[in-house]
Unconditional design. Sequence first.
Length: 300
Amino acid sequence: MQNSFIDKHKVFVQKNVLNESNFNIETNILRLDTINNVVSGNKFFKLLHPVAAAINEGKMTIATFGGAYSNHIVATACYCKEFGINSVGIIRGEEALHLSDTMNDAASFGMKLHYVSRESFKEKEQLKLQYGNETFYWVNEGGYSRLGAEGAKDIFDWIDETYTDIVCAVGTGTMMAGLIAAALPHQKITGICVLKGYEEQINDVKKLLTNTEQLKSYTILHDYHFGGYAKHPLPLLEWMNECYSKYEIPTDLIYTSKLCFGVQDLIKKGYFPEGSKIMVIHSGGLQGNSSLIKKFELLY
Ligand SMILES: *Cc1c(COP(=O)(O)O)cnc(C)c1O
């Protein structure tokens, strides 16, 4: 499915970033954040196949789940509007009744939003019965699925065989699974977990992989969550400005700031061998900053 509102030509590889060591390591960043303001970064890739499948099955409504600041929710709303199909979002937490910028945007793209309590949000099958019907195509929370991962394989269109390492942020693990599936045998995928203490995350990734893909080279690191999902202590915010001043890389506070900070720190600590060539995946998400950062002045 091609459409001009997504401009893949805007994607670019920004060279020689984030390496503040004396190690001989080339670090580049794949700027997927430039694809589209709302359907930015990996969300475009993750939505490609599920939406195509829905249309194929004659289902005219995409319905999915997410939190009040979810990039996945607003991206789904925008993507569906563009392709002329309906969208429904089941949103965790009644406090979200006080609309975030993200929810306002989703609503402005025509998404029908249902706010449910944290308790009922856990009962996905019940919610599907309550809010859906047979014309709905359901997408998992955060887009977690093999179909989503299939789309993320396309990210390798910008990564050639000279790269030894690919590093990405990990939420549901869908993008990481796609990257693992597409990687060559000598390429290692390192994921930076943005959730606190979620050691089981690697199993979520594995569940999306075939047996052969599971044997490839990959790992998830748990040292860069900065206190947990969407937590953004002042040092992180200050680092985001520094990263922008030094490298002209705008990052979001949930995923890519923690990713880029992690890469810089890992290089310093000698995690990557001399001679490594690293591609960092800028998976987008910048739209969330305006909802979440109120009292701090970002430079971008
Ligand atoms: C959704 C998102 C991720 C996480 O992707 P998963 O496939 O859920 O792991 C990473 N970065 C950004 C900017 C995102 O919006």
